[in-house]
Design a protein around this ligand. Structure first.
Ligand code: G6P
Length: 367
Protein backbone atom coordinates (compact mmCIF):
# COMPACT_ATOMS: atom_id res chain seq x y z
CA UNK A 1 0.00 0.00 0.00
CA UNK A 2 0.99 3.64 -0.34
CA UNK A 3 1.56 3.93 3.42
CA UNK A 4 4.59 1.64 3.33
CA UNK A 5 8.18 2.65 3.01
CA UNK A 6 9.00 0.24 0.16
CA UNK A 7 12.44 -0.50 1.55
CA UNK A 8 13.35 3.14 2.13
CA UNK A 9 14.40 4.02 5.70
CA UNK A 10 11.94 6.93 5.91
CA UNK A 11 8.83 8.17 4.13
CA UNK A 12 10.56 11.43 3.29
CA UNK A 13 13.27 9.85 1.16
CA UNK A 14 10.70 7.57 -0.46
CA UNK A 15 8.59 10.59 -1.31
CA UNK A 16 11.60 12.49 -2.66
CA UNK A 17 12.19 9.58 -5.03
CA UNK A 18 8.52 9.48 -6.04
CA UNK A 19 8.67 12.96 -7.55
CA UNK A 20 9.18 11.95 -11.20
CA UNK A 21 6.06 9.74 -11.16
CA UNK A 22 4.07 12.29 -9.17
CA UNK A 23 4.81 15.00 -11.74
CA UNK A 24 4.02 12.68 -14.65
CA UNK A 25 0.68 11.74 -13.05
CA UNK A 26 -0.15 15.40 -12.45
CA UNK A 27 0.73 16.85 -15.84
CA UNK A 28 0.04 14.07 -18.35
CA UNK A 29 -3.79 14.22 -18.21
CA UNK A 30 -3.53 17.98 -18.73
CA UNK A 31 -1.41 17.95 -21.86
CA UNK A 32 -3.15 17.59 -25.24
CA UNK A 33 -1.19 18.13 -28.46
CA UNK A 34 1.67 19.57 -26.40
CA UNK A 35 -0.57 22.31 -25.01
CA UNK A 36 -2.07 22.73 -21.54
CA UNK A 37 -5.65 21.43 -21.39
CA UNK A 38 -7.93 21.63 -18.37
CA UNK A 39 -11.04 20.20 -20.03
CA UNK A 40 -10.95 17.09 -17.83
CA UNK A 41 -10.90 19.42 -14.84
CA UNK A 42 -13.99 21.12 -16.25
CA UNK A 43 -12.34 24.53 -16.48
CA UNK A 44 -13.39 26.55 -19.54
CA UNK A 45 -10.81 28.79 -21.25
CA UNK A 46 -13.07 31.77 -20.48
CA UNK A 47 -12.02 31.39 -16.83
CA UNK A 48 -8.52 32.52 -17.84
CA UNK A 49 -9.71 35.59 -19.77
CA UNK A 50 -10.09 39.01 -18.19
CA UNK A 51 -7.68 38.35 -15.37
CA UNK A 52 -6.14 41.67 -14.36
CA UNK A 53 -4.13 40.41 -11.43
CA UNK A 54 -3.51 37.26 -9.43
CA UNK A 55 -3.22 36.63 -5.70
CA UNK A 56 -1.80 33.32 -4.55
CA UNK A 57 -2.69 32.35 -0.98
CA UNK A 58 -1.24 29.46 1.04
CA UNK A 59 0.79 28.44 4.09
CA UNK A 60 4.21 26.86 4.50
CA UNK A 61 5.64 24.87 1.63
CA UNK A 62 2.52 25.44 -0.48
CA UNK A 63 3.16 29.18 -0.15
CA UNK A 64 6.73 28.70 -1.35
CA UNK A 65 5.45 26.76 -4.36
CA UNK A 66 3.30 29.84 -4.88
CA UNK A 67 6.44 32.02 -4.88
CA UNK A 68 7.80 30.01 -7.79
CA UNK A 69 4.41 30.27 -9.53
CA UNK A 70 4.31 34.01 -8.97
CA UNK A 71 7.72 34.64 -10.53
CA UNK A 72 7.07 32.37 -13.49
CA UNK A 73 3.56 33.74 -14.20
CA UNK A 74 4.43 37.39 -13.69
CA UNK A 75 7.41 37.11 -16.07
CA UNK A 76 5.23 35.54 -18.74
CA UNK A 77 1.99 37.52 -18.30
CA UNK A 78 3.25 40.92 -17.23
CA UNK A 79 0.37 41.33 -14.80
CA UNK A 80 0.75 41.79 -11.03
CA UNK A 81 0.96 38.53 -9.11
CA UNK A 82 1.09 38.62 -5.32
CA UNK A 83 1.76 35.83 -2.86
CA UNK A 84 -0.01 36.16 0.46
CA UNK A 85 0.48 34.19 3.65
CA UNK A 86 -3.02 32.89 4.37
CA UNK A 87 -2.97 33.82 8.06
CA UNK A 88 -2.16 37.42 7.10
CA UNK A 89 -4.43 37.69 4.07
CA UNK A 90 -7.54 36.62 5.96
CA UNK A 91 -7.24 39.50 8.42
CA UNK A 92 -6.36 42.18 5.87
CA UNK A 93 -8.48 44.33 3.59
CA UNK A 94 -8.16 42.29 0.40
CA UNK A 95 -7.24 44.19 -2.76
CA UNK A 96 -9.34 41.95 -4.97
CA UNK A 97 -11.88 42.75 -7.70
CA UNK A 98 -14.08 40.53 -9.87
CA UNK A 99 -11.21 40.55 -12.38
CA UNK A 100 -8.74 39.17 -9.87
CA UNK A 101 -7.89 35.50 -9.88
CA UNK A 102 -7.20 34.01 -6.46
CA UNK A 103 -5.21 30.77 -6.47
CA UNK A 104 -5.28 28.84 -3.21
CA UNK A 105 -2.64 26.15 -2.73
CA UNK A 106 -2.83 23.34 -0.18
CA UNK A 107 -1.61 19.77 -0.02
CA UNK A 108 -4.23 18.71 2.54
CA UNK A 109 -6.99 21.05 1.41
CA UNK A 110 -7.88 21.50 5.08
CA UNK A 111 -5.46 24.11 6.46
CA UNK A 112 -7.79 26.40 8.37
CA UNK A 113 -6.09 29.72 7.56
CA UNK A 114 -6.00 28.86 3.87
CA UNK A 115 -9.65 27.77 3.90
CA UNK A 116 -10.71 31.00 5.62
CA UNK A 117 -8.65 33.03 3.15
CA UNK A 118 -10.50 31.27 0.32
CA UNK A 119 -13.85 32.03 1.94
CA UNK A 120 -12.89 35.69 2.08
CA UNK A 121 -11.72 35.69 -1.55
CA UNK A 122 -14.99 34.06 -2.65
CA UNK A 123 -16.80 37.21 -1.46
CA UNK A 124 -14.86 39.35 -3.95
CA UNK A 125 -14.36 37.24 -7.08
CA UNK A 126 -15.75 34.17 -8.83
CA UNK A 127 -12.29 33.46 -10.18
CA UNK A 128 -11.08 31.28 -7.31
CA UNK A 129 -9.00 28.26 -8.19
CA UNK A 130 -7.44 25.76 -5.83
CA UNK A 131 -4.40 23.53 -6.29
CA UNK A 132 -5.05 20.68 -3.86
CA UNK A 133 -3.74 17.16 -3.34
CA UNK A 134 -6.51 15.58 -1.26
CA UNK A 135 -9.68 14.76 -3.18
CA UNK A 136 -12.93 16.20 -1.87
CA UNK A 137 -11.20 18.30 0.79
CA UNK A 138 -12.82 21.54 2.02
CA UNK A 139 -10.63 23.87 -0.05
CA UNK A 140 -11.28 21.82 -3.19
CA UNK A 141 -15.04 21.94 -2.58
CA UNK A 142 -15.29 25.63 -1.82
CA UNK A 143 -13.23 27.04 -4.72
CA UNK A 144 -14.83 27.76 -8.12
CA UNK A 145 -12.48 25.27 -9.76
CA UNK A 146 -9.87 22.83 -8.57
CA UNK A 147 -6.74 21.45 -10.14
CA UNK A 148 -5.89 18.32 -8.21
CA UNK A 149 -2.25 17.45 -7.89
CA UNK A 150 -1.60 13.72 -8.04
CA UNK A 151 1.28 13.39 -5.60
CA UNK A 152 -0.42 10.46 -3.87
CA UNK A 153 -0.48 10.36 -0.08
CA UNK A 154 2.34 12.37 1.51
CA UNK A 155 3.16 10.91 4.92
CA UNK A 156 6.36 12.73 5.93
CA UNK A 157 5.55 15.98 7.71
CA UNK A 158 8.06 17.92 5.61
CA UNK A 159 6.53 18.31 2.18
CA UNK A 160 8.55 17.28 -0.88
CA UNK A 161 6.58 15.71 -3.72
CA UNK A 162 3.54 17.88 -2.95
CA UNK A 163 5.71 20.96 -3.54
CA UNK A 164 7.05 19.86 -6.91
CA UNK A 165 3.62 18.88 -8.23
CA UNK A 166 2.22 22.21 -7.06
CA UNK A 167 5.04 23.98 -8.90
CA UNK A 168 4.43 21.86 -12.02
CA UNK A 169 0.73 22.77 -11.86
CA UNK A 170 1.65 26.45 -11.75
CA UNK A 171 3.69 25.94 -14.92
CA UNK A 172 0.71 24.40 -16.71
CA UNK A 173 -1.48 27.19 -15.42
CA UNK A 174 0.99 29.92 -16.40
CA UNK A 175 1.21 28.50 -19.90
CA UNK A 176 -2.58 28.32 -20.21
CA UNK A 177 -3.04 31.90 -18.98
CA UNK A 178 -0.32 33.15 -21.32
CA UNK A 179 -1.91 31.38 -24.31
CA UNK A 180 -5.45 32.57 -23.58
CA UNK A 181 -4.19 36.11 -23.06
CA UNK A 182 -2.02 36.06 -26.22
CA UNK A 183 1.19 36.49 -24.25
CA UNK A 184 2.68 33.32 -25.70
CA UNK A 185 2.56 31.87 -29.21
CA UNK A 186 1.45 28.29 -29.82
CA UNK A 187 5.04 27.45 -30.86
CA UNK A 188 6.43 28.86 -27.62
CA UNK A 189 3.80 26.94 -25.67
CA UNK A 190 4.76 23.70 -27.44
CA UNK A 191 8.36 24.18 -26.45
CA UNK A 192 7.39 25.10 -22.89
CA UNK A 193 5.17 22.04 -22.43
CA UNK A 194 7.75 19.81 -24.07
CA UNK A 195 10.33 20.89 -21.50
CA UNK A 196 7.83 20.54 -18.66
CA UNK A 197 7.06 16.98 -19.72
CA UNK A 198 10.78 16.14 -19.62
CA UNK A 199 11.15 17.32 -16.01
CA UNK A 200 10.64 13.84 -14.52
CA UNK A 201 13.67 12.55 -16.49
CA UNK A 202 15.81 15.45 -15.33
CA UNK A 203 14.78 14.81 -11.72
CA UNK A 204 15.84 11.16 -12.11
CA UNK A 205 19.28 12.41 -13.12
CA UNK A 206 19.43 14.64 -10.06
CA UNK A 207 18.35 11.80 -7.78
CA UNK A 208 21.30 9.79 -9.05
CA UNK A 209 23.51 12.31 -7.19
CA UNK A 210 21.92 11.53 -3.80
CA UNK A 211 25.01 9.87 -2.32
CA UNK A 212 27.18 12.90 -3.20
CA UNK A 213 24.72 15.10 -1.37
CA UNK A 214 24.82 12.77 1.62
CA UNK A 215 28.62 13.23 1.71
CA UNK A 216 28.48 16.99 1.68
CA UNK A 217 25.95 17.14 4.54
CA UNK A 218 28.53 15.58 6.89
CA UNK A 219 29.76 19.15 7.43
CA UNK A 220 26.25 20.53 7.93
CA UNK A 221 25.37 18.50 11.00
CA UNK A 222 27.46 20.71 13.33
CA UNK A 223 26.27 23.99 11.89
CA UNK A 224 24.19 26.39 13.99
CA UNK A 225 23.16 28.49 10.99
CA UNK A 226 22.99 28.10 7.25
CA UNK A 227 22.19 30.49 4.43
CA UNK A 228 20.55 29.87 1.08
CA UNK A 229 21.20 32.52 -1.55
CA UNK A 230 20.09 33.08 -5.13
CA UNK A 231 18.34 35.56 -7.41
CA UNK A 232 15.03 35.46 -9.25
CA UNK A 233 13.50 32.00 -9.43
CA UNK A 234 16.50 30.64 -7.54
CA UNK A 235 15.68 32.96 -4.64
CA UNK A 236 12.08 31.69 -4.46
CA UNK A 237 13.51 28.22 -4.24
CA UNK A 238 15.95 29.18 -1.49
CA UNK A 239 12.97 29.95 0.74
CA UNK A 240 11.82 26.36 0.43
CA UNK A 241 15.38 25.06 0.89
CA UNK A 242 15.76 27.00 4.14
CA UNK A 243 12.35 25.89 5.41
CA UNK A 244 13.13 22.21 4.75
CA UNK A 245 16.42 22.42 6.63
CA UNK A 246 14.83 24.22 9.60
CA UNK A 247 11.88 21.83 9.81
CA UNK A 248 13.77 18.58 10.05
CA UNK A 249 17.36 19.35 11.09
CA UNK A 250 16.61 22.23 13.52
CA UNK A 251 19.44 24.24 12.01
CA UNK A 252 18.53 27.88 11.76
CA UNK A 253 18.44 28.60 8.06
CA UNK A 254 17.69 31.77 6.20
CA UNK A 255 16.98 32.43 2.54
CA UNK A 256 18.37 35.65 1.18
CA UNK A 257 18.12 37.32 -2.18
CA UNK A 258 21.83 37.27 -3.07
CA UNK A 259 21.91 40.98 -3.90
CA UNK A 260 20.46 41.84 -0.50
CA UNK A 261 23.22 40.07 1.47
CA UNK A 262 25.26 43.23 1.79
CA UNK A 263 22.34 44.91 3.53
CA UNK A 264 22.34 42.59 6.51
CA UNK A 265 23.07 38.91 6.39
CA UNK A 266 26.69 39.25 5.36
CA UNK A 267 27.36 40.39 8.96
CA UNK A 268 26.58 36.81 10.04
CA UNK A 269 29.05 35.16 7.67
CA UNK A 270 32.14 33.95 9.49
CA UNK A 271 34.61 31.08 9.15
CA UNK A 272 32.92 27.83 8.16
CA UNK A 273 29.31 29.03 7.98
CA UNK A 274 27.52 26.96 5.34
CA UNK A 275 26.17 28.95 2.40
CA UNK A 276 24.21 27.13 -0.24
CA UNK A 277 24.17 29.22 -3.38
CA UNK A 278 22.12 28.65 -6.51
CA UNK A 279 23.06 30.17 -9.85
CA UNK A 280 20.89 28.64 -12.54
CA UNK A 281 19.45 31.83 -14.04
CA UNK A 282 21.63 33.07 -16.90
CA UNK A 283 20.63 36.73 -16.78
CA UNK A 284 21.87 37.08 -13.18
CA UNK A 285 24.57 34.39 -13.17
CA UNK A 286 27.57 36.73 -12.93
CA UNK A 287 25.79 38.76 -10.23
CA UNK A 288 25.30 35.67 -8.06
CA UNK A 289 28.89 34.64 -8.62
CA UNK A 290 30.14 38.00 -7.33
CA UNK A 291 27.88 37.63 -4.27
CA UNK A 292 29.44 34.24 -3.66
CA UNK A 293 32.91 35.81 -3.78
CA UNK A 294 31.77 38.18 -1.04
CA UNK A 295 30.77 35.36 1.33
CA UNK A 296 33.74 33.20 0.38
CA UNK A 297 36.10 36.06 1.25
CA UNK A 298 34.58 36.00 4.74
CA UNK A 299 35.21 32.31 5.23
CA UNK A 300 31.85 30.77 4.26
CA UNK A 301 31.76 27.11 3.30
CA UNK A 302 30.06 27.38 -0.07
CA UNK A 303 28.05 24.74 -1.85
CA UNK A 304 27.23 26.00 -5.32
CA UNK A 305 24.49 24.65 -7.59
CA UNK A 306 24.77 25.53 -11.28
CA UNK A 307 23.96 23.98 -14.63
CA UNK A 308 27.59 24.30 -15.73
CA UNK A 309 29.61 21.11 -15.90
CA UNK A 310 32.59 22.98 -14.50
CA UNK A 311 33.04 26.32 -12.81
CA UNK A 312 35.52 28.62 -14.56
CA UNK A 313 37.04 29.58 -11.20
CA UNK A 314 36.71 26.58 -8.85
CA UNK A 315 38.10 28.62 -5.92
CA UNK A 316 34.75 30.38 -5.47
CA UNK A 317 33.15 27.34 -3.84
CA UNK A 318 33.99 24.33 -1.70
CA UNK A 319 31.51 21.96 -3.31
CA UNK A 320 30.04 22.27 -6.77
CA UNK A 321 26.86 20.45 -7.69
CA UNK A 322 26.29 20.33 -11.42
CA UNK A 323 22.66 20.08 -12.49
CA UNK A 324 21.54 18.75 -15.87
CA UNK A 325 21.29 21.55 -18.42
CA UNK A 326 17.74 22.76 -18.93
CA UNK A 327 15.97 26.04 -19.82
CA UNK A 328 16.36 28.62 -17.04
CA UNK A 329 12.70 28.64 -16.07
CA UNK A 330 12.74 24.91 -15.31
CA UNK A 331 15.97 24.62 -13.34
CA UNK A 332 14.09 25.05 -10.06
CA UNK A 333 12.73 21.52 -10.41
CA UNK A 334 16.27 20.18 -10.30
CA UNK A 335 17.71 22.42 -7.60
CA UNK A 336 14.86 21.83 -5.16
CA UNK A 337 15.56 18.11 -5.17
CA UNK A 338 19.12 18.84 -4.04
CA UNK A 339 17.71 21.04 -1.25
CA UNK A 340 15.38 18.27 -0.13
CA UNK A 341 18.27 15.82 -0.06
CA UNK A 342 20.45 18.26 1.89
CA UNK A 343 17.71 18.62 4.53
CA UNK A 344 17.02 14.90 4.66
CA UNK A 345 20.62 13.74 5.01
CA UNK A 346 21.43 16.49 7.51
CA UNK A 347 18.50 15.39 9.66
CA UNK A 348 19.49 11.73 9.46
CA UNK A 349 23.15 12.66 10.06
CA UNK A 350 22.10 14.35 13.29
CA UNK A 351 20.31 11.21 14.40
CA UNK A 352 16.87 12.79 14.04
CA UNK A 353 13.73 11.30 12.55
CA UNK A 354 13.00 13.39 9.44
CA UNK A 355 9.47 12.02 9.17
CA UNK A 356 8.39 13.28 12.59
CA UNK A 357 9.91 16.69 13.35
CA UNK A 358 9.19 18.07 16.80
CA UNK A 359 6.33 20.55 17.22
CA UNK A 360 5.10 20.25 13.63
CA UNK A 361 1.92 18.71 12.27
CA UNK A 362 1.20 17.52 8.76
CA UNK A 363 -1.99 19.47 8.54
CA UNK A 364 -2.98 22.41 10.71
CA UNK A 365 -6.76 22.51 11.03
CA UNK A 366 -6.95 24.53 14.22
CA UNK A 367 -6.08 28.20 14.69
C1 G6P B 1 1.81 22.39 7.90
C2 G6P B 1 2.82 21.41 7.38
C3 G6P B 1 3.58 22.02 6.20
C4 G6P B 1 2.62 22.53 5.13
C5 G6P B 1 1.60 23.51 5.72
C6 G6P B 1 0.49 23.82 4.75
O1 G6P B 1 2.49 23.44 8.56
O2 G6P B 1 3.73 21.01 8.37
O3 G6P B 1 4.44 21.04 5.62
O4 G6P B 1 3.34 23.14 4.11
O5 G6P B 1 0.98 22.94 6.89
O6 G6P B 1 -0.25 22.66 4.51
P1 G6P B 1 -1.19 22.42 3.30
O7 G6P B 1 -1.84 21.08 3.55
O8 G6P B 1 -2.20 23.55 3.31
O9 G6P B 1 -0.38 22.45 2.07
Amino acid sequence: TAAQKDGYPHFMIKEIHEQPQAITRTITPRIKDMLPDFSEDGIPDSFFEDVNDITIVACGTAMYAGMVGKTMIQNRLHIPVTVAIASEFRYEEPVITDKSMVIVVSQSGETIDTLEALRLANKYTKKTLSIVNVKGSSIARESSYVLYTHAGPEIAVASTKAYTVQAATFYLLGCKLALVQNKMSVEEAHEFIQTLSEIPNYIEEVLAQASNVEQLTKRMTNAANAFFIGRGLDYTLCMEGALKLKEISYIHAEAYAAGELKHGTIALISEGVPVIAVATQKHVYSKVISNIREVKARGAYVTLLTREKEITDPSICDVHISLPDIADEFAIFEAVVIFQLIAYYTSVGKGLNPDQPRNLAKSVTVE
